[in-house]
Write a protein that binds this ligand. Sequence first.
Ligand code: ZN
Ligand code: ZN
Length: 326
Amino acid sequence: MARRSRPNDEPESIRAALVDLLTNFAAELKRSNLRAKVIALVPAFHKLRDLGCSLIPKAEAASARDRIIAYFRRYPRRVIDGDELMVVSGIAEWARRVRELRVQFGWLIYSGVTFHDIAEDAEAVENAQEMVSIEAALGVHPYKIKPDQYVLMRDEEDRRAAFRWNVLNEVRRKKVSVTEKIIEYFRRNVGEEITGEELKYLAKDKKEWARRVRELRTEHGWPIVTKNSGREDLAVGVYVLEEDRQAYEHDRAIPDPVRVAVLQRDGFKCVECGWNRSMLSRDDPRKMLELHHRQHHKDRGENTVDNLVTLCNVHHDKIHRRSSLH
Ligand SMILES: [Zn+2]
Ligand SMILES: [Zn+2]
């Protein structure tokens, strides 16, 4: 029954055909047979869908998924309604395509649901900062983004996401806690830019993923960095495990704003050797910057800017080896 437009139909000719169908429908409306009315309206539904599809030329995007991402890319960092995606995709299953785009194909598309997960944990200073960044990037507070709205946060495909997809599913199936899944996934993707959408998928949509990531960083000392915790170069909503090592026990539990203030004061480099991230190289054992308490935490050293210094991992290890001698 579905009579689809020919692929090369121009929007204008589809529109005209739709108007014809609706004009003819006037006669149908006057009749009493309900089923006849419904059946007569079906072609108009298809035409309307075709019209939506035709707005993005076929040469630019051949499939429904292509049209969805093409549409997002026209309006990066803008809040898009699910209904708009329904129009341009022309399919009922558009939400599934969006999920494929963000989880399997590595587009940094955030849904309102994910923004809400992050916002829910916003009493935590780290995520409150995240909220501020999101608001600055989008011009709208994340709380105001509805569950069926979406945002393309970065207009650039992450081609490695496809490689992560298998690992993501393997870890997701494990019968372990959300925290364990998250850290395993990070450790198998050291240095990779992981999105909140991946972590949410990993957690089987449990809201707790945002809080668990924060705990892994601040309480367990895993160097999971974000734009707001010292890696300005990252996009909002991206998480990276910098190295597969946990901070020394006494160097944990440093609030992100303090961390950032220390890094800024020290110019984002090791105070001993001047190493910074731009000097990262395969043959150099210096891989990351860490914070160290001048007066150790266990000796009542405080988590304050004055009591912390920035060190590369090599000098940090040196200091700890020295202090463990006595
Ligand atoms: Zn150093
Ligand atoms: Zn230390």
